[in-house]
Design a binder for this molecule. Structure first.
Ligand code: F6R
Length: 248
């Protein structure tokens, strides 16, 4: 496994941005899929900085969203589309015809899954996938023991995810379902960069990277993916022992 540990969140973010920029430079025109959530926000800032320095053209890529809370859209602060639009797509100047996002307010969840799945198919799959890891090990909205077949899937939200969601919305919303690219699509991504940051992620980082892979901890299944690269900061890597050769 390719695991890289950095001194702190800033270093992790700087290096993640360099990794993404280099990948995009080598694979222009690929389909990129970025997780929302708090972990990658600083990485997005660093990527935009690299673009302003002429080191990457972020508009050379196409973008598809990873997931969305079913029942909310851009108007709800904390929705994935709001976070991605305001922290990345807009400040990076990505043309709207290069972006396809889940609409959490669509009439039909089945049609919505198919709309995004066909966009991914048309691009020959995801080229670069950036993932965060939830407190319960979810990736996208693939929750523990919710490995449904399909390019895009809908999943009942776990209690942990509902509790954690307060950090995005500032209050508990009545959300029950997530819509997400499925594990079949994740597995097929050509490159996966997984970011795990912060003291509160140390336990789940251990379960992700050291314990035997199992569907109870979705992120642990990525151990099997030879194209997955894991970037952690020292706080998150605290329990990894000697599988990382960095003295934190
Ligand atoms: C967000 C997403 C989630 C988050 C995960 C970690 O689009 O798909 O899987 O990546 O919940 O969230 P943060 O980074 O806020 O800890």
């Amino acid at each position: 496994m390719d695991i890289r540990v950095f001194d702190n969140h800033d270093e992790l973010s700087r290096n993640a941005a360099i990794f993404i920029a280099e990948h995009m430079n080598q694979n222009p025109g690929g389909l990129t899929c970025f997780a929302a959530g708090n972990t990658p926000l600083r990485t997005f800032q660093e990527l935009i900085k690299l673009q302003s320095q002429g080191k990457v053209d972020l508009s050379s890529s196409y973008y598809v969203s990873l997931d969305e809370w079913w029942g909310i859209g851009y108007e709800t602060k904390g929705s994935c589309v709001q976070v991605m639009t305001d922290t990345f797509y807009k400040p990076a100047g990505i043309p709207s015809d290069r972006i396809k996002v889940f609409n959490g307010l669509a009439d039909s969840i089945e049609e919505e899954k198919e709309r995004i799945a066909s966009y991914i198919r048309a691009h020959g799959g995801i080229d670069l996938l950036l993932l965060g890891v939830g407190m319960n090990g979810h990736i996208g909205f693939i929750e523990p023991n919710q490995f449904k077949p399909g390019a895009c899937v809908d999943v009942p939200l776990s209690d942990v995810t509902k509790q954690v969601s307060v950090k995005y919305f500032g209050k508990q919303l009545n959300l029950q379902t997530g819509i997400t690219i499925g594990y079949d699509t994740i597995k097929a991504a050509k490159k996966i960069l997984v970011l795990i940051s912060g003291e509160e992620k140390a336990e789940i980082a251990k379960k992700t990277l050291i314990d035997a892979p199992c569907e109870e901890i979705p992120s642990s299944m990525l151990q099997k993916h030879e194209n997955a690269v894991f970037f952690l900061d020292c706080k998150a890597a605290r329990l990894l022992g000697n599988i990382v050769n960095k003295n934190c």
